[in-house]
Write a protein that binds this ligand. Structure first.
Ligand code: ZN
Length: 114
């Protein structure tokens, strides 16, 4: 096989692994990061209590999603970091604007709802 086909297959394989990589859960004290890393579910704490989950929209549209984690407000989500370091977020996120993505995250895997 020509070397460039080998290389192309290698790159395609690497890319597939990256796409399949689960979402990490990251707990952060304070406000959201200046740069929201892809495939990362941030759980923002204030004085140890989670108040917001932040992530890039998994559809690839580039939107940064912010989910309320404060239990006394409406539309509340729960987010946690699993033992293996992946993130879980539920109930589902349903964007009413833009791409209208509808999904939840379990053990770092995006589950699309339709
Ligand atoms: Zn999107």
């Amino acid at each position: 096989m020509p070397w460039f086909l080998d290389a192309a297959q290698y790159l395609a394989g690497t890319f597939r692994v990256l796409l399949r990589r689960p979402y990490r859960g990251v707990v952060r004290e304070g406000s959201m990061p200046r740069f929201v890393a892809p495939k990362t579910l941030y759980i923002l704490n204030e004085d140890g209590d989670p108040w917001q989950a932040t992530m890039m929209c998994p559809c690839g549209c580039g939107a940064v999603l912010e989910m309320n984690l404060v239990p006394d407000e409406k539309a509340v989500w729960r987010a946690k970091v699993e033992k293996d370091g992946t993130g879980t977020l539920h109930p589902s996120v349903w964007r009413q604007v833009g791409c209208r993505s509808h999904f939840f995250i379990r053990n770092g895997k995006i589950r699309w709802c339709d």
